[in-house]
Design a protein around this ligand. Structure first.
Ligand SMILES: [Zn+2]
Length: 155
């Protein structure tokens, strides 16, 4: 059982030990006391190990890992709860700017730690992220052309 009182675990570095020792899917076993709202196929919940105050998650009720396997109806329900989360954070905490972050397709190589797919409703603060812009090798116009060609070859 993770130690949910250790909510600063990301900052202290203890989070790594917590999420690797749960032994089950924590998002299939959400506790009502942490859930903010729920609809037919998803829940809006607080993140128990938040990056920042106000960090929420939108999680499909049924276990699915890959974004590409999320049913469009589930996706629509997730979108509605993200909207609700944005409105609630604005009203309750005065948070104006928010990032919606969804790691895809499965996110395992993109810092996703819980396999069960989830969307982050993440209050934006410039101090939370340091972009490290990369040297580009593909001019945007070339990328557009290449992807358009790929699109058309699959029709
Ligand atoms: Zn799950």
């Amino acid at each position: 059982m993770p130690d949910y009182s250790d909510f600063n675990a990301r900052k202290t570095g203890r989070y790594k030990d917590i999420w690797t020792n749960t032994g089950k899917c924590v998002f299939c076993d959400l506790k009502d006391k942490y859930i903010v709202a729920k609809n037919a196929s998803a829940v809006l919940t607080v993140n128990l190990f938040p990056y920042i105050d106000g960090h929420l998650l939108v999680i499909p009720i049924n276990h699915v890992e890959d974004f590409l396997e999320v049913d469009p109806k589930v996706w629509a329900d997730m979108r509605d709860l993200a909207e609700l989360g944005i409105k609630l954070l604005r009203k309750e905490l005065g948070i104006e700017e928010i990032w919606l972050l969804f790691r895809a397709p499965n996110g395992f190589k993109a810092q996703k730690t819980v396999p069960h797919c989830h969307m982050l409703v993440l209050p934006y603060k410039k101090e939370i992220v340091n972009w490290n812009y990369q040297d580009l090798t593909i001019p945007p116009i070339e990328l557009a052309e290449r992807l358009r060609n790929e699109c058309n070859s699959n029709k």
